[in-house]
Design a protein. Structure first.
Length: 394
């Protein structure tokens, strides 16, 4: 058979996810039991400046102290940059840990992965974000999310900001050994954080299905994540103490992370990177602006996948063309962002026509990896058209 012919049954695929997940309400109470097998002497606990004052952090701190020595690094901030990486690396090399625990949002868990890498590899850590091979696996990583959506609790990926660019480091050595996912830890998260992180989970799931490297395993995980976000995100935003909704979002975050860690992400993430830092947007918020437009753009290229995405969003796709299913899915996503009070166009971000070409150039130069995974390959003119649609909005 012609090797250039595409047919799904001829596609080989693999799936890898080594993280042990302990999931459920009050699962944080099992932390000591789960940590004992690691038999560590020196732990490093990473948190942010707010999380470090919570009851959850006090409980984790007490557990670590009961099993060995513990050092804390509480300076993690959203969108960690090169200076934070340098400070963290100095701490790691001053007090080399046997285990690293990240308690917080995506940035904290990302930096826990980097701390493990730095503990075992001697070169300047920024180099690893720029292609330097990782020589050795570091000490075990434990992730404990306090917000649902980033998926970092189960992925081998860490994101760092250098000036206005986002750098990504991906390596199997960054997979957490253990993830404790307790929905009760997100109950106190403010609505804005709930909204942004929840939309991040939805976008991860949608793009995992659209990706050229999707497969039946990743798509099954992603479909369930889409369904859960569609059912639970607006509820959790409107009533943060709705533990059933929080539980659904926590599960959606992990499932979407398990999907995109293997399938990869598509063009909406790349587009979001071209304005997120400039506009000071949380990651999930920035991607949620681009996702509906990317879904409509990709719809003609992935008719079966698009109906799966639409069905996950509660849409009856009977009799719909691929483009119609894509439009309906985009409208449902916009309905959700409207409820959450998130921006829905580039004009909402105070961007203008003069900003479009530089953003297209930035996408093509710095974030082409997302275009590689995208099912519809855009020309520069296609991208300008897509950005113009985003500028004007629906």
């Amino acid at each position: 058979m012609d090797e250039g012919v595409y047919y799904p049954l001829l596609k080989n695929y693999s799936y890898f996810m080594p993280t042990r997940i302990v999931f459920g309400v009050n699962s944080i109470s099992r932390l000591k039991e789960e940590l004992k097998p690691f038999a560590f002497k020196q732990a490093l606990l990473l948190t942010g400046r707010t999380v470090c004052h919570t009851e959850a952090c006090a409980a984790v701190r007490e557990t670590l102290s009961s099993l060995g020595k513990s050092v804390e690094f509480t300076s993690i901030s959203p969108e960690p940059d090169v200076s934070l990486l340098a400070n963290l690396s100095e701490e790691v090399r001053r007090n080399p840990p046997d285990i690293v625990v990240g308690l917080g949002g995506g940035s904290t868990m990302d930096m826990a992965k980097v701390a493990s890498l730095v503990a075992a590899n001697e070169k300047e850590p920024l180099k690893y974000f720029k292609g330097e091979p990782v020589a050795r696996k570091g000490p075990p990583i434990v992730t404990i999310p306090t917000i649902s959506g980033t998926g970092s609790e189960v992925t081998p990926i860490s994101i760092l900001v250098e000036k206005t660019a986002k750098l990504a480091l991906r390596h199997h050595a960054l997979y957490p050994s253990l993830a404790i996912i307790d929905p009760t830890l997100s109950v106190t998260a403010p609505p804005t954080a709930t909204a942004s992180a929840g939309m991040d989970a939805l976008c991860h799931a949608v793009e995992s299905i659209m990706s050229v490297d999707s497969n039946p395993i990743t798509s099954s995980l992603a479909f369930e994540a889409i369904d859960l976000v569609d059912e639970c995100l607006e509820k959790a935003y409107c009533n943060g103490s709705d533990i059933e909704a929080r539980n659904g979002l926590a599960l959606a975050s992990a499932l979407a992370g398990m999907a995109f860690a293997n399938a990869g992400l598509c063009i909406a993430h790349g587009i979001a990177y071209t304005y997120a830092m400039r506009c000071g947007l949380p990651h999930g918020t920035s991607v949620s602006v681009a996702e509906p437009y990317a879904v409509e753009f990709n719809a003609p290229a992935i008719p079966e996948k698009m109906k799966i995405i639409a069905a996950g969003l509660g849409i009856d796709t009977e009799g719909l063309t691929s483009s119609e299913a894509g439009e309906a899915a985009a409208m449902r996503m916009l309905d959700i962002t409207g409820t959450l009070g998130l921006p829905m166009s580039l004009e909402d971000l105070e961007l203008g026509e003069e900003d479009l070409e530089p953003m297209v150039d930035d996408l093509l130069k710095n974030y082409n990896r997302f275009i590689v995974k995208n099912p519809r390959k855009p020309s520069r003119e296609d991208l300008l058209f897509l950005y113009r649609n985003m500028l004007e909005g629906y």
